[in-house]
Design a protein around this ligand. Structure first.
Ligand code: G3P
Length: 229
């Protein structure tokens, strides 16, 4: 499973990129607004930090202007993926961009029918919003499982399922269990994936017992080296 981080906060992206586990980044107009910065500057900086796909969303709703915006965004860096909404114009734009071999992430997906249309439009990624479906009392993971099952029926569907609107580690694990290709995860949730109280407790116990030996691996290595000389 690929992990993208869902933020436009450069400090968070730099910190998590250092883990070596980051395969990409997703942004959207709300996340750009939250950053308080110029969109083209933010996207350029993100693309410098993370070599994988960096989603940058168009803000127009007509095809001509979406294509013009996509041209600007694509010129920022070679790893920009253009995000378009799952609307008729968004999918027309997707098809044109894919014909130009530009990565496209079709976002705001809430049904399997929409996901089939996005795959037919040649989307590189489809972003079903699992959290927002949960928010209205549905089970967002059911949609993820449905999309993965449908896509697996067709060899010519090359669209990767990029689970978005993730609210916690369970969404990540449940998405992995049903075979989603990518999870785009808020920074705090990404960090939660590492955490378990028994890991912390076990490490504390190991280090306490080790400390009681008074030993040092590096000191022993130096002693052995000195003895060999
Ligand atoms: O990338 C889409 C994601 O940012 C939406 O998440 O929490 O606004 O539903 P959320």
């Amino acid at each position: 499973m690929k992990f993208f981080v869902d933020t436009a906060d450069l400090a968070e992206i730099r910190d998590l990129a250092a883990t070596g586990l980051l395969d990409g980044v997703t942004t959207n107009p709300s996340l750009i607004a939250k950053s308080g910065r110029n969109m083209l500057d933010v996207i350029a900086e993100i693309c410098d930090v993370v070599p994988g796909p960096v989603s940058a969303e168009v803000t127009a709703t007509d095809v001509e202007t979406m294509l013009a915006e996509a041209e600007v965004l694509s010129s920022v860096a070679s790893n920009v993926a253009i995000k378009v909404p799952l609307t008729p114009n968004g999918l027309k734009t997707c098809k044109t961009l894919r014909d130009r071999d530009i990565l496209v992430n079709v976002t705001l997906c809430f049904s399997a029918a929409q996901a089939v249309l996005a795959a037919k439009a040649g989307a590189s990624f489809i972003s079903p919003f699992v959290g927002r479906l949960d928010d209205i009392g549905l089970r967002g993971l059911d949609l993820i499982e449905e999309i993965v099952d449908i896509y697996n029926q067709y060899d010519n569907f090359e669209t990767e399922v990029l689970v978005a609107s993730i609210r916690g580690p369970a969404h990540v694990i449940d998405s992995a269990r049903v075979g989603a290709h990518v999870a785009t995860v808020p920074p705090n949730v990404l960090r939660q994936l590492y955490q378990h109280p028994l890991t912390e407790k076990g490490l504390d116990a190991f280090l306490k017992d080790w400390e009681s030996t008074g030993q040092s691996i590096l000191e022993q290595a130096n002693q052995r080296k000195d003895a060999a000389e």
